[in-house]
Design a binder for this molecule. Structure first.
Ligand code: F6R
Length: 255
């Protein structure tokens, strides 16, 4: 695991964008796995800026998002379809037909999730999967559990996740209680994984996830077993890791 600490959120975002752009440069027809949430917003802004500066093109890129709330229409302003359009897709030259977000509006959970898993396979798998980190260690909507769910599936969100996400809805009662999410197995099949985390409130879970035991009660801990993971966190999110450096960027290899 390559664990990188940056001074600021902005630097974390820039380095994260550079990781994705390196994959795009290597293969303009690459398949990107994308995440929503507050953390990658700066990274997406950097991708848009680099597109506008003519440095990158999404013309032949395919994307698959991690997850979507069940029951929200794609044009609901808290749907992850909407988030991706607003933060990335509407601002770059991506072909909308090549962008994929689980169909949360399909009431047939089994069919929707199976179709999603199949579409990822058909696209040749994910070249780089971007992840944020939930306060309880969730990745995608894979919540702490007594096992690691394998494929795309329907989940019931925990109280912690509903509370965390309620900041984006008019009221906590409006937060959906279910979501469709890639499984841990789907995520682990990605060729590369990029995790971004920022802020003091993520410090405890960053330490647990990347320096604690690999257990399904901390879903992100499984990433320690992936052969090509880069974790980029800002100083605030790294503070519990006790690496005690004031360097702008520290890169270390965790065997
Ligand atoms: C988003 C997702 C979630 C978030 C996580 C962190 O698609 O799957 O796992 O990455 O909840 O969210 P933020 O970045 O808002 O702290």
């Amino acid at each position: 695991m390559n664990f990188i600490i940056t001074d600021t959120y902005e630097e974390m975002s820039r380095m994260g964008a550079a990781e994705i752009e390196a994959v795009m440069a290597d293969n303009p027809q690459c398949v990107l796995g994308l995440a929503t949430g507050s953390t990658p917003i700066g990274l997406y802004a950097d991708l848009v800026a680099d597109y506008e500066a003519g440095k990158i093109s999404f013309k032949d890129v395919t994307t698959f998002n991690l997850d979507e709330y069940r029951g929200l229409a794609p044009d609901h302003d808290q749907s992850y379809h909407w988030f991706m359009a607003d933060n990335l897709f509407n601002h770059v030259d991506i072909d909308p037909a090549r962008t994929h977000v689980p169909d949360g509006f399909d009431p047939d959970a089994e069919a929707a999730c199976a179709a999603y898993e199949e579409a990822i396979e058909e696209a040749g798998g994910i070249d780089i999967q971007l992840l944020g980190l939930g306060h309880n260690g969730h990745i995608g909507f894979n919540e702490p559990a007594d096992n690691f769910p394998v494929a795309t599936h329907c989940v019931t969100l925990t109280e912690s996740t509903i509370n965390a996400n309620s900041r984006l809805f008019d009221s906590i009662d409006d937060v959906p209680h279910e979501a469709y999410t890639m499984g841990i197995g789907t995520i682990m099949k990605a060729k590369k994984i990029l995790v971004v985390a920022s802020g003091e409130d993520k410090a405890a879970i960053v330490k647990q996830a990347f320096f604690g035991p690999v257990v399904p009660e901390v879903p992100a801990s499984v990433l320690q077993l992936h052969p090509d993971v880069t974790v980029i966190v800002d100083q605030a999110a790294a503070q519990a890791c006790e690496m005690g450096s004031t360097e702008a960027v520290i890169s270390m290899t965790v065997e």
